[in-house]
Design a protein around this ligand. Structure first.
Ligand SMILES: NC(=O)c1ccc[n+]([C@@H]2O[C@H](COP(=O)([O-])OP(=O)(O)OC[C@H]3O[C@@H](n4cnc5c(N)ncnc54)[C@H](O)[C@@H]3O)[C@@H](O)[C@H]2O)c1
Length: 255
């Protein structure tokens, strides 16, 4: 699908992979609406990207806030692209060293944001995309969700995160099937180790060590490489119902 002239919603658009995606879609001619719970950062990012970029502050678990963002994206133009990048991490084992149980609320929070939030955005955005006029092949739009290689090789301490991302991978085929009558494609990207503010908090030495564990090239992924894949998924009309790893061949060890 041609990106130029469309409207696109990007959650988690204030930082990291979402920000890089927003920049790439804007550069390709889309009017981008950022949706992020960090309103100040979303405002600054939208201003920095410029053009027709706007933002809505809110939580992906808040249906009213998501509906507001979808409405704003709809007012900007024909909403045809929705990319979910909002996500959080959590590191804790199922039981700790002394046998203490994993924090139950923390598990629920991670699943709420990463899985349920992604579904919330997908269901509301899909309704708006389905209302647009079909283009060639009857295509109306594209949804891209973000999982992680932790969906496949969750490490020790990644039980909550892996469960949430495994859910995002598992939604891909049924979502593509559900939305096929509307001419909406659904694909998921499962990134490996990407150099975003998340990993930027680690000392340079640790970041280098993480990069050295990648098969090839031996470095962290660049957010622009994630954005490049989003653009490719949107532009390639035959890509549907697929989860694509973007990880330099990395297979995560147990720890
Ligand atoms: N960086 C990596 O190595 C990596 C690897 C695999 C998967 N991912 C996934 O990619 C996505 C983006 O990660 P990133 O590295 O860019 O992180 P990031 O922290 O730089 O960006 C995430 C953004 O999401 C926003 N956000 C978080 N919770 C939200 C909520 N409930 N509602 C709305 N916005 C919310 C944050 O404010 C932030 O701006 C996440 O889903 C993450 O799990 C990242």
């Amino acid at each position: 699908m041609e990106i130029n002239g469309t409207s696109a919603l990007v959650t988690g658009g204030a930082s990291g992979l979402g920000e890089a995606t927003a920049r790439a879609l804007s550069a390709a001619g889309a009017k981008v609406t950022l949706f992020d719970r960090d309103g100040a950062r979303a405002r600054a990012t939208a201003a920095d990207i410029g053009g027709a970029t706007s933002y809505v502050a809110g939580d992906v678990g808040d249906s009213d806030a998501v509906a507001r963002a979808v409405e704003m994206a709809r007012e900007a133009g024909e909403l045809r692209i929705a990319v979910s990048c909002a996500g959080i991490g959590w590191a804790q084992r199922t039981i700790g060293r002394n046998g203490e149980a994993h924090d139950f609320d923390a598990f629920k929070t991670v699943v709420n944001v990463n899985l349920i939030g992604t579904f919330n955005v997908m269901r509301i955005a899909a309704g708006a995309i389905a209302a647009t006029e079909p283009r060639g092949d009857g295509e109306r739009g594209v949804i891209v969700n973000t999982a992680s290689v932790a969906a496949f090789e969750g490490q020790i301490g990644q039980i909550a995160y892996s469960a949430s991302k495994g859910g995002v991978v598992a939604m891909t085929v049924p979502a593509a099937r559900d939305l096929s009558p509307a001419g909406i494609r659904v694909n998921t990207i499962a990134p490996g180790l990407m150099d975003t503010p998340l990993l930027g908090l680690l000392p340079e030495e640790n970041r280098r060590a993480l990069g050295a564990g990648v098969l090839f090239p031996k470095r962290l992924g660049i957010p622009a490489e994630f954005a490049q894949l989003v653009v490719a998924i949107v532009e390639n009309g035959y890509l549907n119902g697929e989860t694509i790893r973007l990880d330099g061949g990395l297979r995560m060890p147990p720890k």
